[in-house]
Design a binder for this molecule. Structure first.
Ligand SMILES: Cc1ncc(COP(=O)(O)O)c(C=O)c1O
Length: 385
């Protein structure tokens, strides 16, 4: 049997996933401190309004537009503000699909995109499935996370096409600073690279520093092409509805948008129900986001309280996003530690290595878990770290 070389060599789960599946099969209750699926976290969604929005007469009509419905794009543009227009946007069936279209748009097989790391682990595969290579470029931590702009510039090769940044980053929570943005766009302009900026978590600042660039949309006229990605997954905590979008700004924006529409036209993957519901869903989103923000803050406070009794442990600042990095003495590898916590304390955390954190001594914890589970999980694992 032949599989394309884009795919992994095998599909075996890693040791942590295999152990989790085995324990669950045996009936063990697991406290999941990695949960990032908001629909499993006990939020109160305005159910009747969401159902009504998804059952309007328009759901029975098929009027495909490769850019996505104008009404949905209007609603998304006004959610973002900062002068974004409906015609700057193209809808996708998720942020992940947005990446797939952008990788097809910008690269030939064998080309590469630079990704400051640690970051969202899916990039490696999203790029590879489109024939590209995601090349990690380490960021560094000094009181906060910083992009290493010198290292990014040195990593640029004739095959480089774009730099992918997440603002704020997952899992480090790093917001781009205003200075970093200026240097990044300058680099893009000098080297002929596009910037792909994933702002799915931009509505969730927590301990954001004053020089943070809240959103790249504050720059109306960047000197290099800028593609912003976001979606309902985090903006409205509704990942199951599968609606994402790409906004295009900078030189060549209108040609890039036409080419993206050509790509989107081959799939027309965004469903009519979610497009017709989008204006209502975005109107409901602030109420849902408030609950998520409240949860993130309560869990962060609970973590700080728990840390006071465990001076060996500490956490990194959480500028934004849904997760926190816990620092622990690296007496074993992060993967071995996560496995140990799962098997002996029935609590699931992610090792830093899953996100390319350098060395050992970091665990990644989601701040989204229901408050009682979160506190209970910390109570189980802290004595073992
Ligand atoms: C940084 C980042 N981008 C994109 C996504 C996925 O978004 P979507 O559900 O729209 O594909 C996630 C999901 O966790 C994420 O962490």
């Amino acid at each position: 049997m032949y599989f394309s070389s884009r795919l992994p060599h095998g599909f075996e789960p890693n040791a942590l996933s295999a152990s989790l599946a085995k324990l669950r099969y045996e009936g063990r209750e697991i406290l999941d401190l990695t949960v990032s699926n908001p629909t499993h976290c006990g939020f109160t969604y305005p159910e009747a309004e969401i159902r009504a929005a998804l059952s309007q007469p328009a759901v029975l009509c098929y009027d495909p537009d490769p850019f996505g419905s104008p009404a949905a794009r209007e609603a998304i543009a006004s959610h973002h503000g900062h002068g974004l227009r409906a015609e700057d946007l193209l809808l996708t069936a998720s942020t992940s699909e947005g990446y797939a279209l952008l990788f097809k748009l910008l690269g030939d097989p064998g080309d590469e995109v630079l990704v400051p790391s640690p970051s969202y682990p899916l990039f490696e595969w999203l790029a590879r499935l489109d024939g590209l290579r995601a090349r990690p470029v380490p960021s560094y931590f000094h009181e906060r996370w910083h992009l290493d702009l010198g290292a990014l510039e040195s990593a640029i090769s004739p095959r480089s096409r774009a730099i992918v940044v997440v603002n704020p980053n997952n899992p480090t929570g790093q917001f781009l600073s205003k200075t970093e943005w200026k240097e990044l766009t300058g680099l893009g302009a000098r080297k002929g690279l596009a910037l792909l900026v994933d702002e799915v978590f931009a509505d969730y600042p927590l301990e954001a520093p004053t020089d943070q660039l809240g959103t790249v949309l504050l720059d109306p006229d960047p000197p290099c092409p800028v593609f912003l990605l976001s979606g309902l997954s985090k903006v409205a905590a509704l990942p199951q509805l599968k609606l994402g979008w790409v906004a295009v700004r900078g030189p060549g924006a209108s040609e890039y948008r036409s080419a993206l529409a050509f790509l989107a036209d081959q799939y027309l993957s965004v469903s009519a129900p979610v497009q017709s519901a989008a204006p209502t869903l975005l109107a409901l989103a602030p109420g849902i986001r408030d609950q998520v923000r409240g949860r993130l803050q309560v869990n962060l406070n609970a973590l700080d309280t728990a840390l006071t009794a465990h001076p060996r442990l500490s956490r990194l600042p959480v500028e934004g996003g849904w997760s926190v990095l816990l620092r622990r003495p690296a007496v074993d590898s992060d993967e071995a530690c996560a496995l140990r916590l799962l098997e002996t304390a029935s609590t699931l955390v992610h090792p830093g290595s899953f996100f390319d954190l350098p060395g050992d001594g970091h665990l990644v914890i989601s701040l989204l878990a229901p408050e009682n589970f979160f506190r209970e999980g910390l109570g189980h694992i802290f004595p073992l770290l």
